[in-house]
Design a protein around this ligand. Structure first.
Ligand SMILES: [Zn+2]
Length: 335
């Protein structure tokens, strides 16, 4: 080993194995450089080993994994943060309390539609029109309107609700709470249960009306054919017998029985061909007799009263109104 050198372990380059070929300074520089290089190499190796040990083994390249994580985070943020807050905002809009101005705008709009399409409404006094519109608003709020094979339009629920409000205008219980849903079909439909064609029907699933037939009923308000009034008459009967007892005027059921006592002999006489005052569909059964008599009661009260005065009087007392004098209540306490 040459003098004046510090021994650096592992420094044995091949060129330095021959003492005397290089001088001591050169030899020292070479050994130093080689040693430092070796030290750096070993550091780099350790770092690589360290990196290899620490780095997780991803099934996909890192860039792809990063993108996937970013997508997962974005979707989670949308699902759990953004969407709930949007929904909350939307719900807030739905339950936003109506201002007096909103109400006035709606009342004016309802008045225009009802004045145009509902002859019963047209014949009411100003005060009764206001009472009618209020009841239509309340009735609509208590129902969900589902449209089938047709475009929903704002005036349709108003006119359908008006048929119920017209029938129950003399009664306190006017919302027909037994029903939550009113189905509006574009035209006639076939029911799977019997493969028959219907323009409307009432079941525990709701009140069903075909819109085309409904409008025909009000277009000709003299022919004693009115689908809206017909179905609402069935619905009123359902509500009285199957609805929540507390919501009912107990006297209404009593009056319904009195109407039946007066109506059954007329119904039997019609079936025996002794009288054809009403549409022959009334002959189907006594429920249809009731619904058809409601149509005639509103659309041709004069003939009804002339031909069947006792039954007409029972109808007036049952519904607490007389269509010959629209809006007049027979008993103010019942309405
Ligand atoms: Zn019917």
């Amino acid at each position: 080993m040459p003098p004046d050198t510090t021994y650096l372990p592992g420094a044995h380059p091949a060129t330095l194995d021959q003492p005397g070929v290089v001088d001591s300074v050169q030899w020292y520089d070479s050994v130093w450089q080689h040693s430092v290089q070796q030290h750096f190499d070993s550091l780099e190796m350790s770092y690589r080993l360290y990196e290899d040990q620490q780095r997780p083994n991803y099934p996909l390249p890192e860039g792809t994994m990063f993108l996937i994580m970013l997508i997962i985070l974005s979707v989670s943020a949308y699902l759990y943060i953004i969407r709930p807050s949007l929904r909350q905002q939307k719900n807030k809009q739905v339950i936003r309390p109506r201002t007096p101005r909103d109400n006035t705008v709606q009342e004016i709009q309802f008045d225009q539609w009802l004045s145009r399409y509902n002859p019963y409404y047209q014949s009411l006094s100003f005060d009764n029109k206001q009472r009618f519109v209020y009841r239509v608003q309340q009735f609509m709020l208590s129902k969900e309107f589902r449209f089938h094979s047709m475009v929903a339009e704002d005036y349709i629920p108003v006119l359908v609700s008006a048929a119920a409000v017209q029938l129950t205008f003399g009664l306190r219980n006017y919302r027909l709470d037994y029903f939550d849903v009113i189905h509006i079909m574009r035209k006639e439909y076939v029911l799977n249960i019997d493969q028959e064609t219907y323009y409307g029907h009432v079941s525990k699933n709701g009140i069903h009306v075909s819109w085309k037939k409904f409008m025909e009923g009000y277009d000709d308000y003299k022919d004693c054919v009115n689908l809206g009034l017909h179905e609402m008459a069935h619905a009123l009967q359902y509500d009285a017998y199957l609805g929540f007892e507390d919501h009912h005027d107990r006297y209404f059921k009593e009056r319904l029985n009195e109407y039946a006592a007066e109506g059954r002999p007329v119904f039997r006489a019609m079936r025996q061909g002794m009288s054809y005052v009403m549409d022959e569909y009334a002959l189907e059964n006594f429920d249809e007799f009731w619904a058809v008599s409601v149509e005639m009661f509103f659309e041709n009260p004069a003939t009804f009263r002339e031909k069947l005065p006792n039954l007409y009087q029972e109808m007036c007392e049952l519904l607490n109104q007389d269509p010959a004098e629209p809006g007049r209540l027979l008993n103010a306490e019942l309405a």
